[in-house]
Design a protein. Structure first.
Length: 412
């Protein structure tokens, strides 16, 4: 009996200690996140009463809130030029800052429960971080989220590079960017832009299968890539030059493969451009003409549609602009299709190409004029061959998306 009493007292003491530990744990949790408890209680009350719930930013998030509002560039480099991130509401913007820091630290996961984001809000915050920050090429656009009691409390990142390889590759990419900045120092933004485009065109071939082919590192250092690589590399260099630039993507209009391209601000206007269209497959000859640069957005929208996340959560800028400067090295730009005038203008370059072999091009600033020229292409060539009274060997390369035609004339 005495032994039983002793055992009962020991058991009772253990139970008391466990109860004290549990109370202490709850007290600590409440002390660390009183606002979060209040937030959860208020949201429960609002659901019961039908009132609208509000977003919650805890004390823990305040440093990022203040930094992004007042010192954004010190938290996320070039933050003031990050078009998408700047359109996010504060809770999502703050969450993006925390995720940015965690990714740079190569953390497996990041606690985000304090921001009170739902699935759509988290998807938007992470996607905009990915699209606005090409330097984060160690991760994909995918992630895993952890929820508890209906609240997203953690996000886990999908890394494609370990921290050591990323650091090496990033330093190498930044060396190339620094070299481009030095080479273009003193030029206006338009000339800087075209210099970067030419660099990416001349130093790369299109490759969609090799390792890292979708990263900006591949386009800046490895000499190959696919559309993602060129769009993100161009964006990265532009941002480092202080020129606002977006990387966007979306599916083909006829449900073909997705594509990536850019929006850039030169002066007061936004333009769209597709660097990938200038990059050749291995063994192909490169065109000297920058026909897919600084074009109206409607041209690309006939072939591709931006993903809904852009238009739904951050309307894209107006890009119905066309910049003609520095566009064509050996070609002619027209608004209307007047065959006799075009034949007269192109006579000299046609003659030179006929005698020595060469190329020249014609581009139209509107689709209707381009279509008329395509329909009368044979008539135009007949007008040109009348100059020599003999047959001419030639090939024509057309890029319908860009209203562009290039003629290659064989040597006579």
């Amino acid at each position: 009996m005495r032994v039983n009493r002793i055992l009962n007292r020991i058991l009772f003491g253990i139970i008391i200690l466990l109860f004290i530990f549990i109370l202490a744990g709850v007290a600590i949790l409440i002390w660390k996140d009183v606002p979060g408890i209040v937030f959860a209680f208020n949201n429960l009350k609002n659901r019961l009463t039908g009132e609208e719930s509000v977003s919650y930013i805890s004390e823990q998030a305040e440093p990022y809130y203040s930094a992004l509002s007042e010192e954004g560039d010190s938290v996320i480099p070039h933050f003031s030029n990050k078009y998408l991130l700047n359109q996010l509401p504060e809770p999502q913007k703050n969450c993006a800052a925390v995720m940015y820091k965690s990714i740079l630290n190569h953390d497996d996961s990041c606690s985000i429960g304090n921001f009170g984001l739902n699935e759509d809000q988290l998807r938007t915050a992470y996607s905009f971080l990915y699209y606005d920050c090409p330097e984060l090429f160690q991760v994909t656009n995918g992630y895993t989220q952890l929820s508890r009691n209906g609240t997203i409390i953690e996000i886990s990142f999908d890394y494609i590079l370990d921290v050591n390889r990323y650091q090496i590759f990033r330093e190498e990419a930044e060396e190339t960017i620094a070299s481009l900045k030095k080479e273009t120092e003193g030029l206006d933004d338009l000339k800087k832009e075209f210099s970067v485009v030419r660099y990416l065109r001349d130093h790369n071939v299109y490759d969609s299968v090799s390792p890292l082919c979708g990263t900006p590192y591949a386009a800046l250092r490895l000499g190959y890539g696919k559309c993602d690589a060129f769009a993100r590399a161009f964006q990265w260099v532009m941002q480092e030059m202080g020129i606002p630039c977006l990387h966007i993507d979306g599916p083909g209009s006829d449900n073909t493969a997705a594509h990536a391209w850019n929006i850039v601000r030169i002066g007061k206007n936004f333009y769209e451009l597709d660097v990938t269209s200038l990059v050749c497959e291995p063994g192909e000859e490169k065109s000297d003409e920058l026909f897919s640069i600084n074009i109206p957005g409607s041209w690309l929208r006939e072939a591709y549609s931006a993903y809904d996340i852009f238009e739904t959560f951050a309307p894209l800028p107006d890009t119905e602009n066309f910049a003609s400067g520095h566009r064509l090295e050996n070609g002619f730009l027209y608004k209307n299709c007047e065959l006799e005038a075009i034949a007269s203008d192109t006579g000299e370059v046609f003659t030179e190409a006929y005698r020595s072999g060469g190329t020249y091009c014609i581009q139209f600033t509107n689709k209707a004029a381009y279509e008329i020229f395509k329909e009368n292409e044979g008539k135009y060539i007949s007008m040109m061959t009348d100059l020599f009274k003999t047959g001419i060997k030639y090939t024509v390369t057309s890029y319908d998306t860009f209203n562009f035609v290039e003629f290659s004339i064989s040597k006579s």
